[in-house]
Design a protein around this ligand. Structure first.
Ligand code: ARG
Length: 470
């Protein structure tokens, strides 16, 4: 097949080169953006008097027909035509002749691919933000149901202090809010319009880059042609966002795996979100959580790969930059899937309230509360810590927990202990008393639920705005 750039060549490319060089297998997913971008470019060329208006009409109609063909599955993508840009342009010229051949005036694939990627990213950001909000809603809904569900909070995976399941889930809700904020930051980088940078140094034609930006709903225009074609910061920022989001999902996955083990027994995943073993009939495995945890490594890899790809590149475009796509696309697919499946998995799991409460009543997670009790009776905290440490050691030696030790026994450790200490040790009271801002007290979490609802409302307003800008 004749190359669109074949003029200065006297031989066909080697077959291996064709395959190795081509990106069509993966960049065909940019077809919609490529068509839309080309239509905007053609209109601008017409408006600026660079190509005749009749050509614009033909180009627009031709591109719209090609879009329909692609969507109907009636378009055959040719490896010999390298990438989505040349596949579409070649087909256009085949259909409409000379007008099609004028489309690439004042444009290079370098600024064209950058435009497509920016547009595609903006669209995906909106879809990902929608999924993020959905997952937040799902977490918040489960949290609201479990404001009274006590469980041990862990540090070092050792029982630390009593909390509620709601408080635990709200921690993830907070992480996701930061993810949303980071995604807004990614938007800023994606919302810059690169077209008109040409291959590297702009163009001699009287183009209007701002008209293209307006037509395509871009907030800003790249101010330097060389930066416009070599920038991949926006991809790196996206992947960094994706890596952080996956890290959060991976930490939750680890907890889901632990909680659904027989040893914990805190939750049971719905049958629709678990899998069995081909050999062991009794097994119910948290494969989805494990896969999300596993895929996190892949997304980290994409971030690392893009950083390394970009680090040694002289300005401006180098073919290395074609490598920005597969990792980015894979990260998009991975986070969208992970968020979607998590929203439902969390909403449908069974929470074993009794197992959680049992765990928190048969442990020493109330020891800090006993120390705080002594502090309120006037003992400096450091000494109170020491006294309660001795009580704990005594209890362990005698095979008891703190509520099972008698007042007389306690008074051997400190005469500040009085009959009211038992109240302090009840896990529900431990939680209720932790009213410091951001603490797990039931009353505090009630406030957090209301704030959560507000946050989601605000995010939805932002989303509504972003939808208009894609
Ligand atoms: N397929 C290429 C890419 O994704 C498009 C830009 C190619 N530009 C060039 N001068 N070879 O990066």
């Amino acid at each position: 097949m004749a190359k669109l750039w074949g003029g200065r060549f006297s031989k066909n490319t080697n077959e291996l080169v064709d395959v190795f060089n081509a990106s069509i297998e993966f960049d065909k997913r940019l077809y919609h953006e490529d068509v839309r971008g080309s239509i905007a470019h053609a209109k601008m060329l017409g408006k600026c008097g660079i190509i005749p208006q009749e050509d614009v009409t033909e180009i627009v109609a031709g591109l719209e027909a090609i879009l329909k063909d692609i969507e109907a599955g009636n378009f055959s993508f040719e490896v010999a035509l390298e990438d989505i840009h040349m596949n579409i342009e070649a087909r256009l010229t085949e259909r409409i002749g000379a007008a099609g051949a004028r489309l690439h005036t004042a444009r290079s694939r370098n600024d064209q691919v950058a435009l497509d990627m920016h547009m595609y990213m903006k669209r995906e950001i909106v879809e990902i933000a929608e999924l993020l909000v959905k997952f937040e809603e799902s977490l918040l809904a489960v949290a609201k149901k479990h404001n009274k569900t006590l469980m041990p909070g862990y540090t070092h995976l050792q029982r630390a202090q009593p909390i509620t399941f709601a408080h635990h889930l709200l921690a993830y809700f907070n992480m996701l809010q930061r993810d949303f904020r980071r995604l807004e930051g990614v938007w800023a980088g994606a919302d810059m319009m690169p077209l008109g940078a040409g291959a590297i140094a702009g163009t001699t034609f009287p183009i209007d880059r701002f008209a293209v930006a307006e037509e395509l709903n871009f907030g800003t225009v790249y101010a330097n042609s060389m930066d416009a074609v070599s920038d991949r910061d926006y991809v790196i920022e996206f992947l960094s966002f994706a890596a952080t989001l996956m890290m959060h999902l991976s930490r939750l996955s680890e907890e889901i795996c632990l909680w659904s083990s027989t040893e914990f027994g805190f939750i049971e995943l719905d049958d629709a979100f678990a899998t069995g073993s081909s050999m062991m009939p009794q097994k119910k495995n948290p494969d989805i959580a494990e896969l999300v945890r596993g895929k996190t490594g892949r997304v980290y890899g994409h971030l690392q790969a893009m950083l390394v790809t970009a680090k040694g590149l002289p300005l401006t475009y180098n073919k290395d930059l074609q490598e920005d796509k597969e990792g980015f696309f894979d990260a998009v697919d991975t986070i969208k899937f992970s968020l979607a499946v998590y929203s439902e998995m969390i909403a449908t799991m069974t929470v074993n309230v009794e197992a959680m409460e049992q765990a928190v009543s048969k442990d020493f997670s109330n020891a800090t509360d006993l120390a705080d009790y002594l502090v309120r009776k006037g003992l400096p905290f450091r000494q109170a810590h020491e006294v309660v440490g001795k009580c704990v050691a005594y209890a362990i030696t005698n095979g008891k927990f703190l509520p099972e030790i008698s007042l007389e026994e306690y008074q051997k450790f400190s005469d500040l202990f009085e009959a009211d200490l038992l109240e302090i040790l009840i896990p529900e009271n431990c939680v209720a008393a932790r009213v410091s801002y951001g603490g797990p007290a039931f009353s505090e979490n009630e406030k957090q639920f209301a704030m959560g609802d507000e946050i989601i409302k605000k995010q939805e307003v932002k989303l509504e705005d972003l939808r208009k800008k894609i």
